[in-house]
Design a protein around this ligand. Structure first.
Ligand code: HPA
Length: 271
């Protein structure tokens, strides 16, 4: 049962974590290095936390890093769980929910995404203003966990306006050009077909990826304020006349990592 696994994970974290952070930062593909910038860091491998799933995705280290940043207590999730690995949406958010139980009140999610909006370029950073869940999976499926939130949570303000403003201000102050838009989650692990990308564009999506939405839903359910940023690592399928590859995604992610890190820093200073 997921509820029990969350509880077991929480009990372990309560005993071992030296800090009770209010802010959780989920580090997507290629951004794991950000956790190394935390002061007085304490890291706990996912494999040492009973109840946690085990990460299988390449480029995902799989550990929680607790530490300080600009005077704030922060926890970074270095590596996340995806539905395409075979986990249910509820399983993918066990770590986040254990951290929410530990006291996390704000969430910053990062990810790699394909650009659907043809004004975007690989290497761009997009602040997510809303999402469309094309997996139709929810981490809230099953008996409602009343101690987290209501059966039918509102998603109108899932992306917190104040936190979005903090990201935009941080970008402006650091001379980082940012886009804004709607993130579409697809199940993966195959990249989309060109026809799917045309359909997603028609339906209002600016970028596409295979993560983050379950985390945002779980956070909204629990009343945790969230913001999210996508690194546009490639143009989505069919836009350019060439194949997509995981290598391209990782390489562009590396190139944009410095700007993503500066943006995360600016965000933390502000919230
Ligand atoms: N599609 C889905 N997920 C992704 C992509 C993409 O083009 N790029 C990075 N993650």
């Amino acid at each position: 049962m997921t509820a029990e696994r969350i509880h077991i994970a929480y009990e372990t974290l309560k005993k071992t974590a030296k800090r009770c952070p209010e802010l959780c930062v989920v580090l997507g593909s290629g951004l794991g290095g950000y956790a190394d910038t935390l002061e007085n860091a304490q890291s706990i491998a996912y494999s040492d936390i009973p109840g946690f799933p085990v990460s299988t995705a390449p480029g995902h280290a799989g550990r929680l890093v607790f530490g300080g940043k600009f005077g704030a207590d922060v926890v970074c999730m270095q590596g996340r769980f995806h539905c395409y690995e075979g986990y249910t949406a509820a399983e993918t958010v066990i770590p986040l929910r254990a951290l929410i139980r530990l006291g996390v009140k704000k969430l910053l999610v990062t990810n790699a995404a394909g650009g659907i909006n043809t004004c975007f370029r690989p290497g761009d950073i997009m602040v997510i203003e809303d999402h469309i869940n094309f997996t139709f999976l929810s981490p809230l499926t099953g008996a409602n966990m009343d101690d987290f939130g209501p059966r039918f949570p509102d998603m109108s303000y899932a992306y917190d306006k104040t936190l979005i403003h903090a990201l935009k201000t941080a970008a402006l102050e650091n001379g980082i050009d940012i886009k804004t838009g709607v993130y579409a989650m697809m199940a993966g692990p195959a990249y989309e077909t060109p026809a799917e990308i045309r359909a997603l564009r028609t339906l209002g999506a600016d970028a596409v990826g295979m993560s983050s939405v379950p985390e945002i839903i779980a956070a909204a359910h629990a009343g945790v304020r969230s913001a999210a940023i996508s690194c546009i690592t490639n143009m989505a399928a069919g836009i350019l006349d060439r194949p997509l590859s995981h290598e391209e995604v990782m390489e562009t992610g590396r190139i944009a990592a410095d700007r993503m890190q500066t943006l995360i820093d600016g965000f933390i200073r502000r919230v």
